[in-house]
Ligand binder design. Sequence first.
Ligand SMILES: NC(=O)c1ccc[n+]([C@@H]2O[C@H](COP(=O)([O-])OP(=O)(O)OC[C@H]3O[C@@H](n4cnc5c(N)ncnc54)[C@H](OP(=O)(O)O)[C@@H]3O)[C@@H](O)[C@H]2O)c1
Length: 269
Amino acid sequence: MSAIFQKAYTFFSSLPIPRTRIDGWRILVTGANTGLGFEAAKHFARQGASVILACRSRDKALNAKAQIDALLGLSPGIVRVSIVDMESFDSIKNFASSVGPLDGIVLNAGIASGVWNVTGDGWERTLQVNVLGTALLGRLLLPRALERRKGAAGTGVVPTISIVSSQMYQFAEFERYIKIEGNIVKALNDENSFGMGDRYVMAPRSCFCGSFCNYPIRSTMLIKSKSDLMTPRRYSMTKLLTIYIARELAALVPKASDGNPIVIVNCVS
Ligand SMILES: NC(=O)c1ccc[n+]([C@@H]2O[C@H](COP(=O)([O-])OP(=O)(O)OC[C@H]3O[C@@H](n4cnc5c(N)ncnc54)[C@H](OP(=O)(O)O)[C@@H]3O)[C@@H](O)[C@H]2O)c1
């Protein structure tokens, strides 16, 4: 019961604005022109960091930069704009090769597409943006965080890679889809086998209340149409996979002499 009160308090109270100074840190945020990415970039800049807004649209990114600069009264070089399209492996590789050492990497760009769309690389769009592109960019940028750690030796700064997942990962029907192809990525990339099942789906393991408050209520979620069904199924599975990406990336990070990783990899939801 205390969990419900705790969550209700969080829901109705304002979140504190982070005040810790992080002057001189270099932080990259993907999908920073709007939504959560924009808000995160704004907080980092307010705290003193140099921020790279990594977006797919130059116009949208410049507009976001102008808003942050004006709001915080920043000089032009603090917030910078860089272009990356998370649904193109080439774009990700080009982008990653242009980035210097980083203290913070927020892999935030994500979509929840309700329609079937295949990228130029041959993958379903949600799968490529949320999972494959995010994994590739995280892997390519890990050396930039490790590099930064060397440069920051003795300062106590531990570079961090944060992947934005979602509480929706709780709805992922892993067992169901692993049975289809024996390979979850293949199943997600198959229009016929993913998300086009029953007209109504029962989700007895969790409910939206469970997602919101983590309270172990078991209930049934009814989704009425095929497209309604497809989006949350696919999205929740991709968000579960982002957690696995974080675990795999974390496993690549060397440990310091005290046994702690020299770069932190985490997921936020
Ligand atoms: N909002 C929520 O309640 C919530 C909850 C949990 C987790 N999340 C996760 O948080 C992240 C941000 O969500 P949001 O609500 O802030 O979404 P949003 O407002 O739709 O922003 C998504 C961002 O991702 C960018 N993006 C999409 N496709 C891209 C691509 N191919 N290449 C580069 N950037 C791309 C978008 O760019 P454009 O503007 O150019 O499309 C936009 O900047 C997502 O990963 C989402 O899954 C959201």
